[in-house]
Design a protein around this ligand. Structure first.
Ligand code: ZN
Length: 356
């Protein structure tokens, strides 16, 4: 990764330059938008930081406009304001790349940065648990289930979600659900074009191979009936159920790798944001009401063999930074801070740290 090495050297040079000219009035040689000191100049794959932090500015702006949510706006304003990275060597390729080591997160439920980090954290935890799950249940299969209800008025969202949660409890007790070995269920709310709310569940179910045999098998039409019954509604709700197709390992792949790969789509769909940022900014009044209606509502539930997989109560800054991952470094830290005016993270050398 010659580019990164080069920019690291360039960085030191820039620091010297800065201190050299610190007495003279600040006349930047290049405009801020052209300066090559952005996070993406150092690490192009870190572009999602700019994207999520930028939309967090927009969502924070909506909260700032409503007195009762000003505190959310203030917390979000400080969310991931400063990121400190370490250089991690990858022995296989001889390259070194930036890895996030320190950041502070606001944990406002609908903060786009925090939603994104939480989704990555849950997905990482899921895959970390997979080897033990596959070892304990080598023949297990997976289903991806989406359960919906009719759209409701945004003002009825809290009651609707409450009714859906109660319906899920009933569903779990039905005999059809009994063979399920483990499950993870999340709640997503999208915005209907007419300003209604569309709450729905995504669930990942781990089932035994016997699920697909004889009377155990639950056909789509039966899922619809079951869900309508549990919801206690007189219409047929939309239900989507997909079997995750097992893949045979490609050359060099273990059966575990193949399972992880087969599960990718369903895992990322289940463990993602609860409301997409585009829906939040599309209609401010809708989003503020959504915030009220979902206050203190749990949007994730787990059970059976998957009960402890996500560790939903563990959500420290370190957890959301995913800083405990692979690779060690020399303790030096390269800092970037969010520049609202530039809509990107740029170098903040004064917040750097020297090696341990
Ligand atoms: Zn946040």
């Amino acid at each position: 990764m010659e580019v990164l090495r080069a920019s690291r050297a360039q960085d030191n040079a820039q620091c010297e330059q800065l201190s050299h000219f610190s007495e003279s009035p600040a006349v930047p040689a290049v405009s801020p938008s052209q300066a090559r000191d952005g996070l993406t100049d150092y690490s192009p794959t870190d572009r999602p930081w700019d994207e999520h932090r930028s939309i967090a500015d927009d969502v924070g702006g909506i909260y700032a406009s409503a007195v009762e949510f000003e505190r959310y706006a203030a917390r979000m304003d400080a969310c991931a304001g400063l990121l400190r990275f370490g250089w991690v060597d990858t022995p296989e390729t001889g390259e070194s790349r930036l890895r996030l080591r320190e950041a502070h997160f606001c944990r406002v439920r609908h903060c786009p940065v925090c939603q994104w980090r939480r989704s990555l954290m849950w997905q990482a935890r899921f895959y970390q648990s997979l080897p033990a799950l596959v070892e304990a249940h080598p023949k297990a299969r997976w289903l991806f289930l989406t359960l919906t209800v009719r759209n409701c008025a945004i003002g009825e969202l809290a009651d609707t979600i409450k009714a859906m949660n109660a319906a899920w409890q009933r569903l779990k007790d039905r005999k059809e659900f009994k063979p399920v070995l483990g499950w993870v269920r999340t709640t997503e709310v999208t915005r209907g074009k007419d300003g209604t709310a569309h709450p729905h569940f995504h669930a990942l179910l781990m089932v035994p191979p016997s699920w697909f045999k004889g009377s155990n098998y639950v056909k789509h039409a039966r899922w619809v009936e079951l869900w309508a019954d549990c919801l206690r509604v007189d219409y047929l709700p939309n239900v989507d159920v997909r079997t995750v197709k097992p893949r045979s390992p490609r050359s060099g792949q273990t059966p575990l790798d193949a399972t992880a790969q087969a599960l990718q789509g369903a895992v990322s769909e289940t463990l993602k944001y609860s409301t997409k940022p585009a829906d939040m900014v599309a209609d401010e009044a809708w989003f503020l009401e959504l915030t009220k209606q979902t206050h203190r509502k749990r949007f994730v539930a787990t059970g059976g063999a998957l009960k402890h997989v996500l560790k939903v109560d563990q959500e420290s800054d370190e957890d959301l930074a995913l800083s405990d991952g692979e690779g060690s470094d020399d303790g030096s830290r390269l800092a970037f801070n969010w520049r609202t005016a530039d809509q990107r993270y740029r170098r903040a050398p004064r917040a750097d740290k020297s090696p341990d």
